[in-house]
Design a binder for this molecule. Sequence first.
Ligand SMILES: *Cc1c(COP(=O)(O)O)cnc(C)c1O
Length: 354
Amino acid sequence: MSQYWSKLVHALSPYVPGEQPKINNLIKLNTNENPYGPSPKVIAALQKEAADSLRLYPDPNSDALKQAIAEYHGLNANQVFVGNGSDEVLAHVFNALLKHDKPILFPDITYSFYQVYCSLYEIEFETVPLNDAFEIKVSDYFKPNGGVIFPNPNAPTGRLLALSEIERLLKQNTASVVVVDEAYVDFGGDSAVALVNRYPQLLVTHTLSKARSLAGLRVGYAVGHPDLIDALHRVKDSFNSYPLDRFAQAGAIAAMQDKVYFEETRQRVIKTREAVVNALEGLGFELLPSAANFIFTRHPQHDAETLATALREQKVIIRHFKKPARIAQFLRITIGTDDECKALVDALKNTLKM
Ligand SMILES: *Cc1c(COP(=O)(O)O)cnc(C)c1O
């Protein structure tokens, strides 16, 4: 019945999220969720909210949440925008800040949603190849553009770009917005939030899905100059006045405020990552240095797809991107609990017969 479709819809090739399996007892290392639950204070806040006020619309502006995020980062609330997951925040960013005459720039190997948003909003883009070590070279972005966006650490490589390099890009790129998607920054990077008061063209996005264990709650945010934030509000209020429900707002506030729990769980993930890196190196895997809650790895003697299939048969699911060709032999593996990672290593040993 596609004769009823808007013209644009025919040309879309939507983002395909990692599998959320319907079978239990799989070890799920495929979508970069946090293996630890959210802070107990989040659960308490959700329970309180459930008892209270679902009859009423939520605060359309999420003012209390913006205040909590601003306090966490030492910024003002007018420098904060919140959305239903950082994917929604990014959608508004593409629409509000990255749609210009010149093409926007992003790495050839990166979060595949960027390209999807370009089709949805009919934005021209150019991809900039990572170097042979899968690093972003900022000087490759020193050219006229409608905007620049990349994750830091990058996905799915896990490689971190130094803050000094981001600053070098900002000094050069003043005529368009630079978006740094920091979905994974809490697992080993320095945040570019430290630069937003000095660079009015810088927008930094964060999610509560990864380091704050709230993928199911759907909360993300952007911080930057109030003028950038204003553009995002204009788009949001032309689209959905209430993107964050009462649970999302209450739970996210509690998550931002519980710094002790946050620190503890992220350090646990980092520690497990270092152990997994060592174990996989011991099995002959090559790994890119990871500053994220996942690793990106290949085995010089074993085909990636074969390995992924063998792991699945042993109830461990990981992510294998077949494209682009440069990463076809890599596997992206989320860091789980110590026990989950032990099961992963055992399954790999079993597969490699070691
Ligand atoms: C997970 C992820 C997001 C999206 O996070 P949500 O807040 O869950 O929508 C954004 N960017 C990158 C690079 C991610 O990996």
